[in-house]
Each structure stands twice: as C-alpha cells, then as structure tokens.
Design a protein around this ligand. Sequence first.
Ligand SMILES: Cc1cc2nc3c(=O)[nH]c(=O)nc-3n(C[C@H](O)[C@H](O)[C@H](O)COP(=O)(O)OP(=O)(O)OC[C@H]3O[C@@H](n4cnc5c(N)ncnc54)[C@H](O)[C@@H]3O)c2cc1C
Length: 224
Amino acid sequence: MKLLIVNSHQEKMSFNAALVEKSLSVLKELGHEIKLSDLYAMKFDPVAGRKDFPELGETDYINYMLEQQKASASGAFSQDIKTEQEKLKWADTVIIHFPIWWFSVPAILKGWFDRVFAAGITWDFGRIYEQALLRGKRAMLVVTTGGPEEFYSKKGAHGTTIDEVLYTVNHGTLYFCGMDVLPPFVGFSVFQVGEEGRKQYLAKYEERLRNLEKLTPIKYPSMG
Ligand SMILES: Cc1cc2nc3c(=O)[nH]c(=O)nc-3n(C[C@H](O)[C@H](O)[C@H](O)COP(=O)(O)OP(=O)(O)OC[C@H]3O[C@@H](n4cnc5c(N)ncnc54)[C@H](O)[C@@H]3O)c2cc1C
C-alpha cells in the first residue's frame, strides 16, 4: 500500500504522537510505502485565502471554491497546497490522526481539508460521493478524546455517539470526495484510562494496522 499519514498534534510526547509512531513503525515493518504530513512540524498554514492562488490578478472579490476549480485546471495553487495534493494523489490509503477538539478537528486539520481538498482535485460539480475524484482510495481516522466512552452515547452526557461526531469528516469530507471510509480507531479518555489503558490502546491499534487490508469500509447509502 501507499499510505499518507497525517499528524494533527503539536506535541512529540503526546499520546497522539505515540499512535502516529505506531502507524509509521508497523506499516514500515509490513513493507508499505509511507509519506507523512506532520502538520504542526510543517507549520502548515490552515487559513484559506487569496494567497493560495499565486496567479490571481487584481480583483475586488473572489469565490474561493471557483478559484480552486480554476487552479485545478491550470495547476496554479501555492506550493504548500500542491505538495499536499501530490501526496494525496500518490496515496491509496490516508490515515488521519487527531485529538477531538470541540466535537471536531483541530483548526490546523480543518484548514488542511479546506485548502488541499480543493474543488477540481477531490470533487467537482456533478462529481460527488461515488462519482467524486478520490474514489478507489481509502481513509481512516485515528482519534483520541478527553471524554469517556460512556459520555458518547444517546443517553450519555454528550447525547451523541462518536460516529455522529465524526460524521462531518467521515461522510461530509472523505466520503463526499469518493473515498472508502474505514471504521475509525478511537482512544477514549486517553488521559484518565491510565498507563495500562493506554498500553491496551496501543496494542489494539497495532492489531488494527496489521489487519488494515481486511477492513470493510463503512456502508453509507449510495446516491443512486
Ligand atoms: C481545545 C480543546 C477542545 C477539546 N474538545 C474536546 C471535545 O469536544 N471532546 C472530548 O472528548 N475531548 C475534548 N478535548 C480533550 C482532547 O480530546 C484530549 O485532551 C486529547 O484527545 C488527548 O490526546 P493527547 O494526544 O493530547 O493526549 P496527551 O494528554 O498528550 O496524553 C495522554 C497521556 O498519555 C501519555 N502518553 C504519551 N505517550 C504515551 C505512550 N507511548 N504510552 C503510554 N502513554 C503515553 C501522556 O504522558 C499523558 O499522560 C479538547 C481539548 C482541547 C485542547
């Protein structure tokens, strides 16, 4: 497999970093090709704007999505976007690591989606979901939470499940762009489960990585 690993945590000694390290070491040992996007280490700029299109002339107004579409045809994206898009095109599997922040992704990862998953590159008008441009590729989220597992249920403190929390990314972004989305790996309450709990998460995640090729994607209703 050709895997792109995305790390959206700023600390090298965090539990997310330990999960990223697992991805890198186990997948390498299994003989897969790997590229890494370590977003904080790269100082990835998450803010979408005019600077993303270096050939843009003087104009009072731009529609960001339509500029993305034009740049997709001409290749006129800023270099940092092009570099990430090349990695995305190269990979057949993308593993995205992040801690849940405010029921969502950290801003740096949101910006990576906003700027890299451009119209014309990952989807286009009339080309969404099964017809979108990343079809044939697989994606998996590897996330950690502060809240315990029992909070993430309809009757729990959060009143919603982790799958619903991740729906905007799994369905609204990855599946929208045509990817086959694998079930997420979730480390709940990584701070409170203690050393033993974290050891178990790392062992379970290693097992998941060793069986990656056998995993069945989440079945979403088809457009048809
Ligand atoms: C802005 C913000 C918003 C948030 N919103 C939410 C939310 O909506 N919902 C929610 O549930 N949580 C939320 N949180 C909490 C957040 O999700 C957790 O703090 C995060 O997931 C923990 O992951 P981490 O990698 O930062 O853990 P860390 O705190 O870095 O690590 C946890 C523990 O693991 C230890 N560790 C590191 N490496 C290893 C290793 N190799 N083996 C064993 N132990 C190790 C660390 O020393 C530490 O004790 C939020 C946090 C922030 C900052």
